[in-house]
Ligand binder design. Sequence first.
Ligand code: CTP
Length: 408
Amino acid sequence: MTTSHTDFTGFAGKRLQLGVTGSVSAFRAVDIMRRLQRADVLVGVTLTAAAQEFIRPLQFRSLTPGPVYEGLFDSNQAEYAHLEPAQNAHLFLVAPSTANTLAKHACGIGDDLLSSQLFSFKGPIIHAPAMNPRIWSSSAVQANVSKLMERGVGIVSPETGVMACGETGEGRLADVEEIFLYALKGLMPQSLAGIRFLVNLGPTREYWDPVRVVTNDSSGTMGAAIALAAWLHGAEVSVVQGPTPHLWLPRFMPTTNVASARQMHQACLDLATGMDIICLTAAVSDYRPTVVQLNKAKKSTLGERVSLDLEQNPDILADIGRTRKDSQYIIGFAAETDDILHHAQRKLHEKRLDLIVANSLARSDSGFGTATNQVHVISRCGRRESWPILAKTEVAMRIIEWFLDHSA
Ligand code: CTP
């Protein structure tokens, strides 16, 4: 699975307190901490007594410069440990969170250090529960979860799968990557709250018989990074995804899967009218075979040379531009091998866009299948910038910031 589209960084100066409770998945808290550290987040840790049966505090202490707390009356720690995260952390994440810790937080019980720290914490709090499926679905746990959500506490719902105890159901700790993204969102200003944001991504596939296909090398990474950057800023994001089987997308991202350009066209146009921002990054096949064979064409019939007759596919972006509302903000991409700015400028006007992001396919570290991109951005009102080679996640963040700075 490809995950370079989740490699958001630049959270230096942000501090997160990670609560770890007594679950067989407690060891995964180390992965969560390491993942956050890769994004430059400073992590403090609080382990309950039950968590310490599964994982040693030293494991965390060896890996983070942040404070690691073991208990209310631990003589090695600050006198006011129950208040310290409230003073210094920007987000409290409890992962994994047991039924017991959820219940204490919901009902206002503070009988250990973690529950006491949660009491005094006024910033955003997120729980990632993990427990047996029958416990998770019990009315008591569900009532506590509802109560917490009503108070604005975030819940990263558990996954369905085979549990450590051998049972199958909903209760496994969510994917580390998904918990990481929820935590980043909790650390970001929600500047796009209430904004509906459509992204399409990936290649399209145009079959000329059941096994042979016209397509391209797009990995969907740039589009996925933009979808996630918009979600991190609070937007309600919808994705129309061309065939990108190796691209991991989180469960919270509503996704329509399509294969051909015509399917992508239909899906995007159906969604477009309800959107505030539309960003089309997909490498749509401009042409499709005129004739599609029902059965696999045989070499004995085709002979040594084959010519494919191709016809043009609809241009999704041009059709959205043609029917757009003035209030919508439309972003297109331009993939070019030469004369980048000239072609990008023409597409900006012809497709009636607000912004075009042009990237070079002539460099090996930019364009299809890379984790980095070198782009030029040109806006409808003539503003133009060339950005250095950057991680696609950084390009995505800059595009969102461009919209926030220049769209008014
Ligand atoms: N696009 C689209 N539908 C198509 C072709 C392109 O929506 N059938 C969109 C792409 O998603 C991108 C923009 O149009 O946002 C520009 O795509 P690009 O491939 O760079 O250019 P084309 O418009 O296809 O023109 P050309 O192939 O002549 O460069």
